[in-house]
Design a protein around this ligand. Sequence first.
Ligand code: HEC
Length: 298
Amino acid sequence: MQFNKKIFVGVLGMVALSVNLLAQTNTVPAEAIEKVAPFIFTPESVKSGDQIYQANCKSCHGDIGKANYAKLVPIPKDPASPEYQKNTDGEMFYILSNGKGLMPNFVNTLSEEQRWDVISYIRSFNKDYIQPAIRVVGEAVKTETAKMTLAFDLAKKQLFATVTDSISGVIKPLANVSIKLFVKRTFGNLPVSKSETNSSGIAYFNIPNDIPGDTIGKLSFLAKTEGNSKELSSTIDEKLGVITKPKRLLDERTWWNINKMAPVWLILLYLSGVGGVGVTVIYILLQLRKIKKINHNK
Ligand code: HEC
């Protein structure tokens, strides 16, 4: 009886432990996993993240890529390791904001922007990382706290701009911002599209697919906010134009071109001229020989 009781308690303990472990492995809610950064990672965000990492994370996670993290259980992991990198940006953000096991939360220590900056720094050690749906990063111009960035959505194959404002460290998307899109030309900017940001601060642009680009179809886009006292602008180069081969004056058969590209009639005229002179010379020589022969015979 006594013996059975011990087994019962043991089994109960094991069940409790495994339930506990299961619960622990599944702590990040689905919507938090999907969360993406409200801005595009840039060399500046990586640089800022580097400083934040050295001050707040290095003591436990060590130098990234060196696996010299603190000996804790469970281990804090090297942020460059594949197991760590397989977390989504949203999972990292959630763990940073809520803590995990022995790791403290940083919700009061680091602003939302700083938390994303440190994630952008951690991602800079993963050469296969592509920021969700974002490939090319335009140059953003920051005016006071608001910021616009023009980028290309790989999945939707669309050019889009994000507009955010940072209010005491918390980044908020700006909705209903009118944005005008231009293509940069030698003499001024050609307006091509207009759009407005949605509630996520994103404005998608529909671009006509017949704009002549350069020899690889590249176009230089410029976005500008409208009707706002402080104007924001951002630029990006994308291959969204029609491939255009510039017509050069030397591509056709012309008078002024090299021999190979001279007009056919000119070549014929020249050859007949040279040939005519040659034939005349030969004719004269033959006549001279005839005269000589006649003289000899006398
Ligand atoms: C006091 C030590 C400590 C500090 C400081 C710390 N961490 Fe951690 N971190 C840990 C430990 C321990 C774990 C593993 C937790 C677990 O699995 O239960 C962890 C896990 C993580 C994870 C999840 C990795 C995974 O795959 O499970 C992320 C992301 C993370 N830390 C990021 C950071 C960042 C960014 C900072 C700095 C802002 C930081 N941590 C600071 C100890 C720390």
